[in-house]
Design a protein around this ligand. Structure first.
Ligand code: EPU
Length: 337
């Protein structure tokens, strides 16, 4: 274990922002994790996973702890399902591919989501009708204050749309070290009626899809809409889709009859923020080194060496404009550092 100083975080965040960490250490074992947490000379710490859901607007004046815990194991299995444990530092998509190679179903709709296994529960990652919580059994996490390990069941995580207890009451208090999933071995439950999956499978001429084919369809859709962070810096959806009351929705519909909407309950409706941003004229807009993605308005992009503060400023202009036009607040999904 080696502590480095004055390190660029550019390759550790998918936005590709060139902010610096005062101190940086890669953590490969739980033992190292505990040792580092006991170092009194670095009281300020910053936990870094895949760096796929944050915007660095300044240098990080702390010890950045890069969680690099690796390993995937089948904990138990019967005829119909398997319990699989993955360490926090495993890349999410590589883990999904490992599941598919073993013909374990449940995560295929979550293919190609950037980030790591250990940070996936924090915001309950989701795509194409599936959320992490649907296959999540429990996770192990180390309490920073006591160095004790605690197991959080699915229920204890309070999962909601892009939200969990780790973003709320327990924010900054625990480091997730591994996640346990329950996956199907046969009788896979295919979720193909969401978004463009069915039409993509048609394009692929697949009539009775396997989980591997569903994954391929999801990958094709994502690649067609979302920029690859290795080519263009981004953090996926920058904003959450807002949920508004039925009353407000009825009012909006008078001015915007074509507004897409997804009922959440009998009194609330989710509106795609991407539509609001596109309607406000931002889609594809480029401001020097940064801008709004041309194919998905929910994604802000760093074309080349933009500053986090510039992207933050753009996000605020977008929020204010959406408020002015639609009277809706769109909350950032990405963590602003
Ligand atoms: N839309 C537009 N213009 C745009 C983008 C979207 O009008 O530029 C409208 C369209 O009506 C479209 C609808 O929004 O039908 C939904 O768009 P899309 O299917 O792309 O999904 P989304 O609601 O914009 C959410 C997630 C994505 C996830 C997709 C697919 C959030 C914040 N985002 O986006 O997650 O991949 O659904 O399930 O919930 C991420 O979190 O980083 C992410 C990419």
């Amino acid at each position: 274990m080696q502590i480095q100083h004055n390190i660029s975080l550019k390759k550790y965040n998918t936005f590709g922002i060139d902010a610096k960490a005062n101190h940086f250490v890669s953590i490969n074992t739980i033992k190292e994790l505990k040792e580092v947490l006991q170092l009194s000379e670095y009281p300020k710490r910053f936990i870094l996973g895949g760096g796929s859901n944050m915007l660095l607007t300044k240098d990080v004046e702390a010890l950045v702890m890069h969680i690099h815990l690796k390993g995937i194991e089948i904990v138990s299995q019967d005829d119909s399902s398997a319990l699989v444990k993955a360490q926090a530092g495993e890349n999410w998509h590589n883990f999904v591919l490992w599941c598919l190679q073993n013909d374990f179903g449940g995560l295929e709709n979550l293919s190609l989501i950037p980030g790591n296994v250990g940070t996936a529960p924090i915001q309950n990652i989701g795509a194409y009708g599936v959320e992490l919580k649907d296959a999540f059994v429990s996770c192990e996490a180390l309490e920073i204050a006591t160095l004790e390990t605690k197991t959080f069941t699915n229920e204890a995580c309070n999962f909601e749309y892009r939200n969990s207890v780790f973003k709320q009451a327990l924010k900054g208090k625990y480091i997730i070290t591994s996640v346990l999933f329950k996956l199907t071995k046969n009788n896979h439950i295919l979720r193909t009626n969401y978004g463009a999956i069915a039409s993509q499978l048609e394009v692929m001429k697949v009539e009775e899809p396997t989980i591997q084919e569903v994954s391929k369809a999801v990958i094709a859709i994502r690649e067609s809409k979302l920029p690859n962070p290795k080519e263009i810096g981004n953090s996926g959806s920058f904003f959450k889709n807002p949920v508004i009351s039925l009353q407000d929705f009825e009012k909006l519909k008078q001015n915007f009859p074509e507004i897409p909407n997804y009922p959440v309950s009998s009194s609330s409706i989710k509106i795609p923020a991407g539509w609001l941003i596109e309607k406000a004229g931002f889609k594809g807009k480029r401001f020097g080194n940064y801008g709004v993605h041309e194919k998905q308005a929910l994604v802000l992009v760093n074309y080349d060496n933009a500053k986090g503060s510039e992207i933050l400023k753009l996000s605020k202009v977008i929020q204010e404009t959406i408020m002015r036009i639609f009277n809706i607040y769109i909350e950032a999904e990405v963590n602003i550092i």
